[in-house]
Ligand binder design. Structure first.
Ligand SMILES: C[S@@+](CC[C@H](N)C(=O)[O-])C[C@H]1O[C@@H](n2cnc3c(N)ncnc32)[C@H](O)[C@@H]1O
Length: 285
């Protein structure tokens, strides 16, 4: 079938679900990913015929079911770098790029040792390792499948990250060597969406992205933050910094939490949409 015919079918089937520009964008991303046909080639010759359009048919089906385009293609871009993604990892978000940018700007110690907790696709750990080549980066996750994706991403981006399988909520799963490590930076974008917020979320997120990466109970929404803050009081070096991505509704609770653990230089930061989405604190010198 010719490209312009397939594009026509995409619009016919998908314009009721998505904005028409978004449908064009999906179509162009797919022909680039599957057939290495650029937008320019498509614009110059929309009559190019695909010998095997089976992949486009499967992608169309998945899009009808609102599967995120990143999972369909199996790849996304974070901080200008390529990352493989599948249904075992959260699709990296733009606000997390802002968090990474903040860490890079604030980390001035030479040869920093960094730990990313709940690494998922590895987007934070791999980007920090890539952008701060002198850093020694560790990353952990409770999900074996996520760690496999993160490991692939470290290789894809030609970086070295030490990945560990551990449950940050259960110190019995931490190795003796891990317990002894001291870090200049601990960072985490842990699960923070309360069950009560599920109903207000887009169905393509709730139906496709891993719940292990997203949700916490309504009763204990700061569960991960409390555990990670506690861990950081013993495993950050003096002067070391803790960075979190946070739920925009819990900024004040997070300030209180860090204060209660004697962190100083606490700073709550908004994302480009003016929502409280990041916080940092420092272990007293
Ligand atoms: C919100 S996702 C963040 C993923 C990635 N860091 C990012 O920013 O896109 C949270 C991650 O925490 C991991 N996680 C959930 N429970 C955990 C636990 N008890 N211990 C360690 N990691 C956990 C999930 O598997 C998931 O990869």
């Amino acid at each position: 079938m010719r490209l312009k015919e397939i594009q026509h079918i995409f619009h016919k089937e998908l314009d009721a679900i998505y904005d028409t520009n978004e449908v064009d964008s999906f179509f162009l991303l797919l022909i680039e990913a599957y057939y290495k046909i650029s937008r320019l080639q498509m614009a110059m010759d929309p009559n190019i015929a695909l010998e095997d359009d089976g992949k486009m048919v499967s992608a169309l089906d998945a899009l009808k079911n609102e599967v995120p385009i990143q999972y369909i293609i199996g790849e996304t871009v974070f901080f200008g770098l390529p990352f493989k993604v599948d249904e075992n990892v959260l699709i990296p978000r733009p606000e997390t790029e802002e968090l990474v940018d903040w860490i890079i700007k604030k980390t001035t110690v030479p040869n920093p040792t960094i730990l990313d907790i709940g690494t998922g696709s590895g987007c934070i750990a791999v980007t920090l390792a890539k952008k701060m080549p002198e850093a020694k980066v560790f990353a952990l996750d409770v999900s074996k499948e996520a760690l496999e994706v993160a490991t692939e991403n470290a290789i894809l981006n030609e970086t070295t990250v030490d990945f560990l399988k551990a449950d940050i909520l259960d110190s019995n799963t931490w190795s003796t060597d891990f317990k002894k490590l001291k870090f200049d930076v601990v960072v985490s974008n842990p699960p923070y969406v309360r069950e009560q917020e599920k109903a207000r979320m887009k169905s393509n997120v709730v139906d496709n992205e891993p719940h292990l990466a997203l949700f916490v109970s309504d009763e204990n929404p700061l569960q991960f933050y409390k555990a990670i803050t506690n861990f950081s009081t013993t495993n950050l070096k003096v002067g070391g910094r803790l960075f979190f991505e946070i739920n925009e509704y819990l900024g004040n609770d997070m300030i209180q939490l860090l204060k209660a653990h004697n962190f100083v230089n606490i700073e709550l930061k908004q994302d480009i949409f003016k929502r409280d989405r990041m916080i940092k604190g420092q272990i007293q010198k």
